[in-house]
Design a protein around this ligand. Structure first.
Ligand code: G6P
Length: 621
């Protein structure tokens, strides 16, 4: 969480920093700030505001924003409430240095006490302020330059950081460093112009050439010179320049009122992109087949797996629950699904042949990253399913498949979920075929149905107005229950999470049959109950569960298969989705739930894309 950005070059830094902060705002948005070294008086000018980047723009309006070097930050509070004084950049005792930080300094209170004894004063409640003071302390004691002082100071620091620091006495230098929090440096060839940011999205419009700093590397950026990268001991390391290809149109609303709605409507097209080149017609059988390079090139290693452990968080964990069913069904391999935050501290049993699958939209979630590092250290083979190209989890994995759904900006994940499920389906099919655990007919039928999913999602999206109208009648609720079974049980969890995240209505997802063991006590006329009751083998059982709710006057919203007359005869609010295979039903049944939560939140007048207290990318524990 928190987004940082920096610029040094010949252009005015301020507009670049502000535009970049807007792109990074998904990482946190409770306060923002920027620091520039002025062209007019060569001094540091720092502007901060509680609230969003737009509030920072108001705070800086009419002030000196003339610098061609600057750093900026958008915050998601960890230590210290959201306020102007806790907003970054933070400034050193002498006022010479200023710094922005993403991460958590775990030993900050010890460092702070030590620095206080040396006469340092602290203005904020943040962990970050110790960093800038510590760097200054090292500088004053050793007489070293900024780059060396940063390096030395970071040796005393425990925790996670991506930092950028500037010194008002050296307006041609910007120093940055990372450990466990991401940092990308964009290089404009030949111009000595540099951009740095928490991800490539604010950089991509200026250059395709990116260096992703590795853990415990320090980048020294000097105007007009080449980037230099060092380890914490001062040895120069090689900066590997990667070429990125980011579709910038994905970073705009494109006529939709919110990113979330745009991303829900993106799904048909991005899922086609996700399957592109991976589902191909076989020249021999004239039937489509799945070809995933990660499965092909690691075939022997994957076939050895006697167990798969999926680690992930949030929505990606829900995709993992569907992945378990897919992999067990098609590959007959036992699969466990763990919250990454639990797995990493659980002293996990990892056998030599185990495969750990990490699912992450951002590729930066701190717990998921730590979980795979833990698994790798115990000998597991790690397969990443990631959206963030070049992200930490993608780089840390032994192999992987990108979901390729384009940047997801809305904090509530939508298209990443369906992209993850599509990739999991393709992996299960490819691996099942390699293992011989899936029949040719079922393999071909599943692929043919998978290809139809984007068009079928379009048919669900055509009901947007109907779902909007329905949602407007449910804004009164304080609680919602979501019930599903089998393949649709994870969808019930995901539907409940979507509602909680953006409408602040308490919602629980449950396996429908478990309702009798507790949640049914909550059911009354005030309790909307969403049933996902598509036409599969447990259909009649879930219809019975529905009767139990009706008998207790619960208000049902039912997601059913097109043409379902039985449920339509029982309940008023029914949303139909096209018929598909049971294992692919989540790809359709989740879409009306995404729209339902979106429209409930909009009807309540809430900030859909930036809900309170949440952040898109959780880079702290
Ligand atoms: C945050 C986001 C969720 C996301 C979760 C895991 O909580 O708000 O949308 O599902 O992190 O993130 P990841 O990037 O690892 O999928």
């Amino acid at each position: 969480m928190c987004g940082i950005i920096g610029y040094i070059g010949s252009r005015k830094a301020y507009p670049i920093l502000i535009k970049g902060l807007h792109r990074l705002e998904y990482r946190g948005y409770d306060s923002a700030g920027c620091a520039l070294i002025s062209e007019e008086d060569s001094d540091l000018h720092i502007y901060k505001a509680k609230g969003k980047v737009a509030d920072l723009e108001s705070a800086a309006k009419g002030k000196d924003c003339s610098g061609t070097i600057g750093i900026a930050h958008t915050r998601w509070a960890t230590h210290g409430v959201p306020s102007e004084v806790n907003a970054h950049p933070h400034v050193s005792e002498t006022g010479n240095l200023t710094l922005v930080h993403n991460g958590i300094i775990e030993n900050y209170s010890t460092l702070r006490e030590q620095l206080k004894k040396h006469g340092y004063h602290f203005q904020s409640e943040t962990d970050t302020e110790v960093l800038v003071q510590l760097i200054e302390y090292v500088m004053s004691k050793t007489g070293e330059d900024l780059a060396t002082s940063v390096r030395v100071a970071l040796k005393s620091v425990f925790g996670a950081y991506a930092i950028a620091v500037i010194d008002r006495r050296h307006p041609d230098m910007l120093v940055c460093a990372r450990r466990s929090s991401p940092l990308a440096i964009g290089i404009v060839d030949g111009d000595g112009e540099f951009f740095l940011a928490s991800d490539a999205s604010p950089i991509a419009e200026y250059t395709k050439h990116i260096v992703y700093l590795k853990d415990e590397e320090v980048g020294v950026i000097e105007r007009g010179k080449h980037l230099k990268v060092y380890d914490l001991n001062g040895a120069e390391t090689e900066a590997e320049v990667k070429e990125i290809d980011l579709d910038l149109s994905m970073l705009d609303h494109e006529g939709f009122p919110h990113f979330m709605l745009k991303e829900i409507f993106d799904q048909p097209n991005v899922l086609k992109d996700c399957m592109q080149g991976r589902i191909v017609e076989s020249p021999y059988s004239h039937s489509p087949q799945v070809i995933l390079s990660a499965v092909t090139s690691n075939r022997r290693r994957l076939l050895r797996a006697r167990r798969i452990v999926i680690v992930s968080c949030g929505t990606s964990w829900h995709a993992g629950l569907i992945g378990k069913q897919l992999l067990e069904h098609f590959c007959r391999i036992p699969v466990e699904v763990a919250y990454a935050s639990e797995f990493r501290y659980s002293d996990p049993v990892i056998e030599p042949d185990d495969v750990v699958v990490a699912i992450s939209q951002s590729g930066e979630t701190a717990d998921t990253l730590a979980a795979i590092q833990q698994a790798k250290s115990q000998g597991a083979f790690v397969y990443g399913i990631v959206n963030g190209v070049g992200s930490s989890i993608a780089r840390e994995s032994d192999t992987g498949t990108y979901i390729h759904v384009g940047p997801e900006i809305g904090v509530a994940s939508t298209k990443a979920f369906t992209g993850q499920v599509v990739v999991l389906t393709m992996i299960a099919l490819a691996l099942g075929m390699a293992k011989g655990t899936v029949e040719q007919d079922e393999y071909e039928q599943t692929i043919r149905e998978l290809i139809q999913i984007p068009e079928k999602i379009n048919r669900v999206l055509e009901q947007n107005d109907k779902i909007k109208q329905l949602a407007s009648r449910f804004t009164f609720a304080h609680n919602f229950l979501y019930l599903g079974r089998g393949w649709n049980y994870p969808v019930a969890l995901e539907g409940a999470l979507k509602l909680k995240e953006i409408s602040y209505i308490h919602a629980e997802g449950y396996p429908a049959a478990e309702m009798k063991h507790g949640p049914i006590a909550l059911v009354d006329a005030e309790m909307p109950v969403v049933f996902i009751a598509t036409h599969h083998k447990l259909y009649q059982k879930i219809v019975s569960n529905m009767q139990e709710v009706i008998s207790r006057h619960g208000r049902i919203i039912a997601i059913v298969t097109e043409g379902d007359e039985q449920v339509k005869g029982m309940v008023e609010d029914v949303i139909e989705i096209p018929e598909t295979l049971a294992c692919l039903a989540p790809l359709l049944s989740v879409v009306p739930l995404q729209l339902l939560s979106y429209h409930v939140a909009v009807a309540k007048g809430l900030d859909v894309d930036q809900p309170r207290n949440l952040a898109k990318s959780v880079t702290v524990e």
